[in-house]
Design a protein around this ligand. Sequence first.
Ligand SMILES: Nc1ncnc2c1ncn2[C@@H]1O[C@H](COP(=O)(O)OP(=O)(O)O)[C@@H](O)[C@H]1O
Ligand SMILES: [Mg+2]
Length: 364
Amino acid sequence: MSFIELKHIDKIYPGAEKKSVSDFNLEIEQGEFIAFVGPSGCGKSTTLRMIAGFEEITAGELYIDGKKMNDTLPRDRGIAMVFQNYALYPHMTVEKNISYGLKNMKVPAAEIKKKVDWAIDILGLSEYRYRKPKNLSGGQRQRVALGRAIVKDQKVFLMDEPLSNLDAKLRVSMRNEISKLHRTLGSTTIYVTHDQVEAMTMADRIVVMRDGVVQQVGKPMELYEHPTNKFVAGFIGSPQMNFYPVTVQGNLVRFETGETITLPDLILAKLNGREGQMTLGIRGEDIKLDEQSLSLYEKDKQTAVVENTEIMGNENNLYFTFGGQLTVARVSKYEVCQIGDKIEFAFTPSRVHFFDKDTEVCYV
Ligand SMILES: Nc1ncnc2c1ncn2[C@@H]1O[C@H](COP(=O)(O)OP(=O)(O)O)[C@@H](O)[C@H]1O
Ligand SMILES: [Mg+2]
């Protein structure tokens, strides 16, 4: 049995008409870092709160470390939780904030000191030990909240959007700190976020949710390279994958505006004889403007006029209309150009995806 198991978990809030979480199944190994990701309202927090014991499980079974937990009190589940709105005690110092929970748990004083020293050290809070929250930065406060959770020595760590209140730069550094902390402590972690970048950069495996339903579970690159459907393909990765309604006939793809490209055998094999109307997807980095690609894909070369640019030096996005759709190409600094420029480009033929136009399931 896996360390944490969710079996056919449903949640219907009292008075609600539909399920907020529907048939959620997941097995988590000890020490894994799992991210739940999806748009606001898709059921991430609800699922996490059912694992924590703050929400009743409507149907299904939850096991932690081999024990069924459905009716176990939160404090007896062996979990520690960090929220977005971590409320620190304003009148207590960093040290007191971190030790408070342990005092309540009647841990002996000497042990509390040892644990608090350890947490303060590991989180780099030594010089703030005797400060109160109002004299700390957002990132420092968040570290105190983490400290409060890690001293509890629990088997499972649950975090619900813990970085949402921090500014962009701090989010990046806290992301690294939480990953580092996870590697040090090795505790099984479930991390809820609406931000696919956080999920991609931190998690061993990601659970993508939509409207209460798990869409796909996989390692970051599995989701990126092999999305099960158009939703996952569009949600994971930034800028978003480009999508086009197309018609496939033999090895020829025809866009609504009449342009065509030819498909390599590799893709045809995956299409497995499917033809007709479908959705083609391609990521921005697989649209090529460099000389070498253009000569390689000479016969499928297309043209467009650049409508907008996002130039950051290392990440450069060119926006233009192709196939009737706003398209983004991600180019190197050598292909950067200006609004109004006429460009030639080609899709890397082996990198296209195809989705069913109705069910949105990914074939390729
Ligand atoms: N206490 C509640 N009572 C009724 N409905 C709720 C409650 N909490 C959340 N919901 C609903 O359940 C769905 C999932 O919410 P939530 O788990 O908070 O989503 P997420 O964390 O992914 O943003 C939403 O439709 C939300 O409106
Ligand atoms: Mg939430």
